[in-house]
Design a protein around this ligand. Sequence first.
Ligand code: KIV
Ligand code: ZN
Length: 512
Amino acid sequence: MNADSSAHRRIYFFDTTLRDGEQAPGCSMNLREKLTVAEHLESLGVDVIEAGFAIASPGDFEAVRAVARAVKGPAVASLARALPKDIEAAWEAIREARHPRIHTFLATSPLHMQHKLRMTPEQVYAQAVEMVQYARNLCPDVQFSLEDATRSEEPFVYRVVEGVIRAGATVVNIPDTVGYAIPELFGRFIRGIREHVPNIGQTILAVHCHNDLGLATANSLAAIVAGADQVECTVNGIGERAGNAALEEIVMALRTRSDYFRGIVCGIETTRLYAASRCVASVTGCRVQPNKAIVGENAFAHEAGIHQHGMLMHAATYEIMTPESIGLPRSRMVLGKHSGRHAFDTRLSELGFQFDEETRATLFAQFKELADRKKTVSDADIEALARGMQSRPRVERVKLDRFIVNSGNTITATSTVRLIRDGKVLEHVAIGDGPIDASFKAIEQMLGVPFTLESFSLGAVTGGEDAQGEATVKVRFGERLVNGRGLSTDVVEAGIRALLDAVNVYLSSQTP
Ligand code: KIV
Ligand code: ZN
């Protein structure tokens, strides 16, 4: 059976990379990184950016407010529990947005009501209605979510949905909070809401799917077919536990199978998907699995001979969508040490980066330096350099001057690191468990800034012997957790640069 083919139906994309995505372990972002991601989301054409949970911490509040001020096209939402103080904080954070939206929620499943909220259904109903009214007195656009809706009793769901719409909810969201839904049943659930809630036509009906059973995209698509108007998702599917529905998967399914999803349209510019995916992976340090649909490294790679033969005869033999459609050009001129500034600038903008003249010049110098060390500089290399520029702190108080390591499997690793801190040269030597540990200890002792390394990962930006290593670290300075990344063809140097990146973010918030 085909999806409704009677007319064009616009699906709204509500992106929650900055809120639910950021809640994923190890995916936190600082304010600058959130603004960078928000820029990508805006250029992707999402309808709503959920910028955070304003009351969660002062840092979250500031980040939501900064995104609300910066974003011009999409609506900007902040999450709020169904409590006056949360709703007020959300409103304060988003009130300067062009299109502010308060997103408030309360659980409706027996499990959550009894064990988490310790409230009766009557109390939940009354609080939901009252808090939507409260939010509507502040903000014209209010979304209400029935947390754990898919494990809630249907008659109660219908009642709450009807009540919050009467109270003024402009959007009602049906979250599959724990990823429990099955596509066919979820479709029926959404259809049931359309059929049993008399005022459902006065609101936007949304769904929010988690991926615990690997069904978040399938459930979102089933909901669209059954009549959902809005889908909630994240770039690369990042999010709590197994993640949220992946924006790129929903969009490309709608587009690639438009024969089935007939008449369904959305505002997403698919050629920006790849750049957005790379940006989110880079700033969060949450790498994309190679076989991830749409944006994984292998998504458009054809290794088997029979596939390659077919592809050469006709690309459509083994390709249901083109790499170009997600902004990943099939083949381009290779850039190397003889490439000029114009070719470099053109490639940067094709890859979705916009920088001022001064930043482009700095990047070009870094590119030339890299081209001296590598045979060819790939798009992934250029993206990695450019992303470093996007998220780097404006003032680099500490810079790496040089380092020397002595290590092996029969000796204790020693590292001598020379840094320039606020214009002064510092040098220190330390031993450690391997060259990276020794270098980190030298830096910690020299700067006198104690930290705990919470995670360290190392990956290659491209294949090949001369590939650049990209190190990402999460470093805790007291209460503050900071991400850092560093690039180099030498892995120890990449690690040191990642640590210094985090140190600079931390120091930029301290008085010199
Ligand atoms: O998963 C969930 O239920 C949520 C809500 C707050 C919308 O993230
Ligand atoms: Zn969620």
